[in-house]
Design a protein around this ligand. Structure first.
Ligand code: BGP
Length: 484
């Protein structure tokens, strides 16, 4: 194509990862298991049939501690970043990245959540990682909790619905910023805070099979309220560090009304309100928006608040907005046809093509989303995840000719540049992900996103060696030329 894009010189280009998808070393140096590490890999006969992946019961989770069924738990092994972080950080630097988004595993710092003192060996590990980033000149963005609550908190305290967990989280988050504020400028208290609905089925509440939808929703919004209070407490504390910034992280996905039938347009507006704007609205204004009050009333949801919750939310809003963007979807009042194999159940759009996992590729939807968020909030924006998962194997030259990924990234970068020209204050982008990792949603290695190939299969068999894909060199060149 050879088109030169315009970006500010100080734009933060980089890559994003998450502890349980990369670190491995699940039982060393005092670490305990998190909810993410209780989910086994299930080989699907048909990749597009995800029905079997969501049926975990509380008993399954308990059995998995001792692995009674001999299953494989991929997030316990990751890509062995725990031992290879120096090599990986050097590769990110070599690709030309300026920022590395990573998460800390709560289970390395307070393994059971309720210890009096943090685990020193856990802190030492992250200090070494941050030192390495500093050495390589990489800015760091830390997600404090990327889906991986200590499993024992869910068992002993019932997860987020228990107010005691707010204090446990705060103690953990405070420990991190006290220890690492000199290394870490950007902090995200929670990853994709709007996906609680999904993850309440993955350990926060144990099994949800026996609960009605109304009960599940009520539980989810109570969990969320407690998370919002925990986040606000952290924001309040972080104010004492002048050089740090705290942002939110929402799983965004542009939605369009299926057609111009007003009933579908209104349906899309209402879905947008409760599935995305609600989260940004609370975290940027510190108040529950009016439309949510009607939604709660009509759905029989009441949130238990304690004295002081409203004030702490009001006084501690985020300084920037970050979000993940992978795909877009269609919405209609009646049921819409869904893309195949998509955990998120996205409505099909006849104008778009989807990946093998049913994620519809839509770069223009990213520009649309950036403009929506900027117009509504006027806060600096950061794309904390975006990328393309593909089935890939190394060729005889020990690389992957991933032209589709080059096209995917280039087209999204182009729309980011257009949005900046529209006047949007977008200050950074971390792709998901610079290196192949274990999938969050389907627990497999086969869904590869990286510029760097990692030689592990779905059962963690392989050398673990890293190989640069064609997109690695393309990105490296893009960083120098800004040409796509
Ligand atoms: C986001 C998560 C990431 C990540 C990404 C891709 O929802 O924050 O952890 O993995 O999606 O999802 P998946 O790994 O399921 O393809």
């Amino acid at each position: 194509m050879n088109k030169k894009l315009e970006f500010p010189n100080d734009f933060l280009w980089g890559g994003a990862t998450a502890a349980t998808q990369i670190e491995g070393a699940y039982n060393v140096d005092g670490k305990s298991l998190s909810v993410m590490e209780m989910i086994p890999f299930i080989e699907l006969k048909d990749r597009k049939d995800l029905s079997q992946t969501r049926k975990l019961t509380t008993q399954d989770l308990i059995d998995s501690i001792e692995n009674k069924k001999g299953l494989h738990y991929p997030k316990r092994y990751g890509i062995d970043f725990y031992h290879r972080y120096k090599e990986d950080i050097a590769l990110f630097k070599e690709a030309g990245m300026k920022i590395f988004r990573m998460s800390v595993a709560w289970t390395r710092i307070f393994p059971n959540g309720d210890e009096a003192e943090p685990n020193k060996r856990g802190l030492e590990f992250y200090r070494s990682v941050f030192e390495e980033c500093k050495k390589q000149g990489l800015e760091v963005m830390v997600t404090i909790n990327h889906f991986d609550m200590p499993f024992s908190i869910t068992q002993n305290y019932g997860g987020w619905k228990n107010r005691k967990v707010i204090d446990m989280y705060f103690k953990y988050a405070k420990t991190l910023i006290d220890e690492f504020h000199e290394y870490v400028k950007y902090w995200l208290p929670f990853n994709e805070i709007n996906l609680g609905v999904l993850f309440s089925a993955m350990g926060l509440e144990g099994s949800t099979e026996d609960k009605s939808l109304a009960e599940r929703l009520a539980g989810t919004y109570q969990d969320l309220h407690n998370q919002l209070v925990a986040q606000a407490k952290f924001i309040e504390y972080a104010k004492k560090f002048n050089n740090t910034k705290v942002g939110c992280m929402v799983a965004d996905a542009t939605t369009y009304a299926l057609d111009c039938n007003p009933i579908n347009v209104l349906e899309n507006q209402q879905k947008e309100q409760m599935k995305k704007f609600f989260y940004y609205d609370v975290m940027t204004t510190g108040e529950y928006p009016s439309y949510s009050k009607r939604y709660f009333k009509e759905n029989g949801i009441s949130i238990v608040k304690e004295n002081g919750d409203d004030e702490i939310l009001k006084n501690n809003t985020v300084e920037f907005i970050s979000f993940s963007y992978y795909m877009s979807s269609t919405i209609a009042k009646e049921e819409v046809e869904l893309t195949e194999g998509n955990l998120m159940k996205m409505g099909k759009n006849p104008f778009l093509v989807a990946t093998e996992w049913g994620w519809q590729i839509d770069p223009l939807g990213l520009r649309y989303c950036l403009n929506q968020l900027w117009d509504r909030y006027h806060l600096p924006l950061f794309i904390s995840e975006n990328g393309m998962g593909v089935l890939e194997t190394l060729n005889e030259k020990n690389t992957v000719e991933d032209d589709y990924r080059i096209e995917y990234l280039g087209k999204h970068f182009e729309q980011m540049s257009e949005a900046i020209k529209d006047g949007v204050n977008l200050f950074g982008y971390t792709m998901w992900t610079p290196i192949d990792v274990v999938s969050a949603g389907s627990n497999e290695m086969s869904k590869r996103y990286g510029l760097i190939y990692v030689d592990y299969d779905d059962y963690h068999k392989g050398t673990g060696n890293r190989f640069k894909k064609k997109s690695f060199y393309w990105f490296q060149n893009f960083m120098k030329t800004k040409e796509i």
